[in-house]
Every structure is written in C-alpha cells, then in structure tokens.
Write a protein that binds this ligand. Structure first.
Ligand SMILES: Nc1nc2c(ncn2[C@@H]2O[C@H](COP(=O)(O)OP(=O)(O)OP(=O)(O)O)[C@@H](O)[C@H]2O)c(=O)[nH]1
Ligand SMILES: [Mg+2]
Length: 505
C-alpha cells in the first residue's frame, strides 16, 4: 500500500489475460472434468465480488491460489527406471530410457487430444499460469544468479494423447545426485515436491548402495519425513526382477527398508516392482508367477493411488470455492468493517480534538472585545469587515477549505495508523496486500467515514456469495455422482483407504 508507506503486491498480467486464462482453463476442463468446468464460473463470480470490494486487483484471480491439475512427480535414483515406469503407466513410449543417465531435465507431461506428441521448451511452462512452473525462472534466478534465463536447460513440456493423462500432470525428473546437481535443480525439486499431490521416489534394486541412493535418502527421504503431507510420498524399489535369479528378494527388500529406516522413515508406503517391458526374463515358471503376482498387485496399488489423486483434487478445488465464498462473507467483510470502524473512531476523536482546539483558540482571539447582543455574537474583527460582504464570503470559504484540508489530513493520518495495525496483525498475513488494497479503496478522500459497509458490499453481494457456496455444494453432489459407489452412500474418496490393496513386497 504505497500511499500508506506499505509495500503493495505488483502483478504484471494485464486484465484481459486473467479473463482469457480462465476461459482457457474452462475449455481444458470441459474435456477433462466437466464438473470443474462449472467451478471456474464460481471462481469468476468470486473474482468479480472481490474486485468490487477492492480485495483483488484487475490482474488477480482466486483461481490462482490453487493448482488445477493433479500433479504426480517421479523422483529418485538415476537409472532406477523412472522413465520406464512412466512409459508403462501411460502405455506409450514417450520418454527415452537407457542405462546411462538419460534425463538431464525435468519433463512435465500433460494430456493433448492431438494425435502427436509435442515437445515444448521450458519457457512454455514458465510463462503459463495454468502450469505448476509459472514464473519458476524467478525462483531459479533467486537460487542461482543468471540461471533463470536458462530455464530451457532445466525444464521441458511434453504433450501426449494417453488417456491416463486426462486431468493430471506427470513430472519425470533427472536422476537424483546432489553432488553433481546445481542449486537450481535442487530448488526445482523442492518446488515440485511442494506442488505435487503424489511423489513417487524410485530406488534401484540392483545398486542398493550407490551414491545416488545415499543422496536420495538424504535429500528426498529425510526431508519428506518431517513434512505434514508426508503421506503423499510412495517409495518404490524398482528392478526387483534382478533378484529373481538368486531368489533373494526378501533380503534385498529388507536391506532397502533398513536404509530407509536409518534415514528416519519408520512408516510409509513401500513397494517393490519391476517394469514388465524392461525386465529380464525369469526362467523358472514358479518364481516368475510369484514375481508377476507381486508386481501386478503393487503396480495396481500405485495406479489406484494415482487415479485417486484426481478425485481428491476435484473435491479439494470445489471445497476451496465454497471456503473462499464463506471466508469472504464471514471473515473478510467483518474484518474490513472492524478496521473501518477503528478508522472512523480515530478520525472522529482527532477531528474533535483538533477542531475543538482550533475553535477554542479562535474564540479566545476573537472574543476579546466581543459581546453577546441577544442571541447573536458580536465580534470586533467581523464587525470591521461588515462593509465588505465579498471579503466576508472569501474568508468563510477559506475557513471551510482549511477545515476540509485539516479533516482530510486527519483521515489520512488515521488510515496510515490503521493500515500499520493491519500489517502487524498475524491473522492477516496471508492476504495482507488484499486487505490493504480494500482498506485503501474504502478510505479514499471522497468516501464518507460514516459508511458502515465496505465499498462494493451490500445485500445483493451477500446473496451472490451465498449462491456460490450453495452451487459448490451442488458440485460436490455431482462429484459424488461421478465417483460414488452404485448405492450412492459413500463416495470412493472415503472408501478408498479401505479398498487399497496392501503393498505386496
Ligand atoms: N531389469 C530391469 N530393467 C529395467 C527396469 N526398469 C527400467 N529398466 C532399465 O533400466 C534402465 C534405466 O531406465 P530408465 O527408465 O531410463 O531410468 P531413469 O530412472 O529414467 O533414468 P534417468 O532418467 O537416467 O535418471 C533402462 O535400460 C531400462 O530399460 C526393470 O524393472 N527391470
Ligand atoms: Mg529417465
């Protein structure tokens, strides 16, 4: 809030881009999840209301506060089979695989209804707010000066027509090797982990003691454990077919789990598997059958978890729409009203003190020699001007302008005080620029201090918010219709935990 000496958030996106961004989002969601397509309209309504309240500027949208696509990232040891797993999951030979370090950059993979795969440079991700890497170049630049410009060296976007990608984004990553990796890569890895709904951490059953494994344990596992969302990490020991010949799977799996435990992981979803297309043939029929059944069970469990991410995300976005509508009505507007009342009180007190003082001074100065003639006050100074009505009028005007100026200065001073109080309020921290913007709108010089409702707020706006909240309940019902079991009683979301097959290691 520059006017009150406080920093104001600046966005570079012109208004039309916000509108076209939501239109694009709607068009894409229409193909991928029709319920969420309508949710975009709800966010648009909230944006309109928030703009009228002064909470959002023309370049902002509530839709920006959430990532619209479920994000699944595959991280881990190099040559563990991350890209092979992605190819298997998609049923598409999309990513190059090989025994040397193949991937040297992060690949964001998303759905296309075109027949061909397209590869686009990292800039496509950095400049598009619909993707999880919007403006990541700034974060990279902060981490390592000069690297922000080289975004294409770190990221690429691939589009693929696999049905498995509808409504979700996958990220393939270079093998994890902290020594060789630059700060920028580690920064991107952290960013990916923060945004992901599901993180698959891959290990290689052939090389349980590699340096890459130690780095993965140190940087990915150890850090994941302390997170609140640590249950979004799945640990995968791939290439377990390598243990078929010696038939020592249990031993290898146990030593891997011990390594995980040494890094602090005591509970978590651990799976062992191998990629059918990449695996070595297993000669012994009985061993093969055993391996295949475990592999299929674990691949299914991971596949279900990936499917589930989309469901959870859909409910989360609708929940956020309702929560934002209710938050505006029950938290934001009352808070604004409280701050406006505080500003009004402070202004009135100061007005009273300053004008009272000035009046007293004026009376002391002018009453000298003055007297009451019945009900009218005769002032000697004024009496001198009795022959000059124009001069009297000018004097009265000057007094009125002076009083107006003093009042405006007092309002402004009081507004600065209230804005500072807002900045110090820990409850406002997340949306401080928005509250400050709305407060500034309400304390402009031409708005009466006696307006109790914030600008842009009234019964109609309150009704619109109630409608958005009610609509979101309708969307939840639609999602339940999509995902619930045939009896319609319990959505899959709730039953999921019970139906998930346990890892077959
Ligand atoms: N035997 C066997 N080989 C596999 C398996 N999965 C992958 N491979 C092979 O392991 C090698 C590495 O696989 P990638 O998928 O390229 O591994 P990656 O983790 O993507 O490797 P980087 O991108 O270089 O980090 C390839 O030659 C694959 O064919 C598996 O389950 N069993
Ligand atoms: Mg790879």
């Amino acid at each position: 809030m520059a006017a009150y000496g406080l920093k104001r958030g600046v966005s570079m996106v012109p208004e039309s881009q916000v509108g076209s961004k939501l239109r694009d989002l709607k068009r894409r969601l229409k193909q991928e999840n029709p319920v969420l397509e309508h949710v975009v309209d709800g966010f648009r309504d909230l944006d309109r209301i928030s703009r009228r309240l002064g909470l959002l500027d023309r370049n902002e949208s509530h839709a920006d506060r959430t990532s619209w696509w479920p994000l699944i990232s595959v991280l881990g040891v190099y040559s563990a089979g991350k890209s092979s797993f992605i190819n298997h999951f998609l049923g598409y030979r999309l990513q190059a695989t090989g025994n040397q370090a193949v991937d040297d950059k992060f690949t964001v993979i998303c759905f296309t209804d075109e027949k061909n795969v397209r590869v686009l440079p990292g800039l496509a991700l950095d400049a598009d707010p619909r993707f999880p890497f919007f403006r990541v170049s700034r974060a990279i630049e902060e981490a390592t000066q000069g690297e922000g410009r080289r975004i294409d060296a770190y990221l690429q976007l691939k589009t693929c027509p696999s049905e498995k990608l509808r409504g979700r984004i996958l990220i393939d990553s270079p093998g994890f090797d902290a020594d060789a990796q630059r700060t920028a890569t580690l920064r991107i890895t952290d960013h990916i982990i923060d945004l992901s709904d599901l993180v698959l951490v891959f290990f290689d059953a052939r090389h349980p003691e590699s340096g890459s494994m130690r780095d993965t344990l140190e940087h990915l596992v150890r850090r994941a454990i302390g997170r609140r969302d640590s249950n979004k990490f799945l640990y995968v020991l791939n290439q377990i077919d390598a243990t078929a010949q010696e038939d020592n799977t249990e031993e290898v799996f146990a030593s891997w789990q011990r390594a995980l435990a040494q890094s602090g992981l005591t509970a978590g979803c651990c799976y062992s598997l191998y990629i059918p297309e990449a695996a070595l043939p297993i000669a012994d029929a009985a061993v093969r059958a055993r391996f295949e059944s475990k592999r299929d069970a674990n691949l299914m469990a991971i596949g279900q978890r990936i499917e589930q991410v989309g469901v959870e995300r859909a409910y989360r976005i609708v929940g956020m729409l309702e929560q934002t509508a209710r938050m505006l009505e029950s938290e934001v507007v009352p808070r604004l009203q409280r701050f406006l009342a505080g500003w009004r009180r402070l202004t009135l007190w100061l007005d009273g003190a300053v004008f009272g003082g000035l009046l007293a001074l004026f009376l002391i100065l002018t009453l000298h020699g003055g007297y009451w003639d019945g009900l009218s006050l005769r002032l000697p100074l004024w009496a001198h001007l009795s022959g000059y009505p124009t001069l009297q009028a000018i004097l009265l005007w000057l007094l009125a302008i002076g009083a107006g100026y003093i009042h405006c200065a007092i309002r402004h001073w009081a507004a600065v005080r209230v804005a500072r109080r807002m900045a110090a309020d820990p409850q406002l921290i997340e949306f401080l620029p928005n509250y400050l913007r709305a407060f500034r709108k309400n304390s402009r010089w031409f708005r009466s201090i006696f307006c109790r409702n914030p600008a842009g707020w009234g019964r109609r706006t309150a009704r619109s918010l109630v409608k958005v909240a009610e609509d979101s309940q309708g969307y939840i019902q639609k999602l339940n219709d999509m995902y619930a079991n045939p009896s319609g009683e319990i959505p899959e979301l709730v039953t999921y935990a019970a139906t998930l097959p346990p890892p077959a290691d």
